[in-house]
Ligand binder design. Structure first.
Ligand code: SF4
Length: 143
């Protein structure tokens, strides 16, 4: 996050990113109504049927906290823009699973505060954790 905020790109040929992009582009071709708000959010697709819905398509089997926080953030942004109820869903096409994300805007405001303090601080020292193996910034942190 600290690097990304300073326009330091990770490895764009990262295998996990490319598989994710492939799944994203091949899934839900009919529903596709992408919504991009420059420098704020890029939602895979939206639906409006009385209630505004945010939908994200992800690789993997689910149970990923970062993905939930991403969708929660999109819901928070759209709630601020539109007002009213906003629902959020994560689709995992590989396992045909859909997970609903419950709105917890206090949680996202706390995270935004933490993010602000991280990006305003010094570059955090890398700490080796299991996801480092698939991270697009691995070369920046560990070479
Ligand atoms: S390689 Fe590890 S420490 Fe570096 S950004 Fe990725 S997850 Fe964080």
């Amino acid at each position: 996050m600290w690097l990304y905020h300073r326009n330091v790109a990770g490895n764009t040929f990262n295998e996990h990113l490319r598989i994710g992009e492939f799944i994203d582009h091949k899934s839900f071709p009919r529903e596709r109504r992408e919504l991009i708000i420059e420098n704020v959010c890029a939602i895979d697709f939206i639906k409006e049927d009385g209630v505004f819905e945010v939908h994200e398509i992800k690789k993997g089997k689910g149970e990923n906290k970062a993905q939930e926080m991403q969708v929660l953030y999109y819901m928070y942004v759209m709630q601020k823009v539109l007002g009213g109820e906003v629902k959020g869903f994560i689709h995992y096409p590989q396992v045909r699973k859909v997970k609903e994300v419950h709105p917890d805007y206090e949680k996202i405001e706390t995270s935004i505060g933490r993010i602000r303090s991280i990006i305003q601080g010094e570059c955090p020292k890398p700490v080796r954790i299991p996801i480092c193996r698939g991270c697009s910034y691995a070369e920046v942190c560990w070479s």
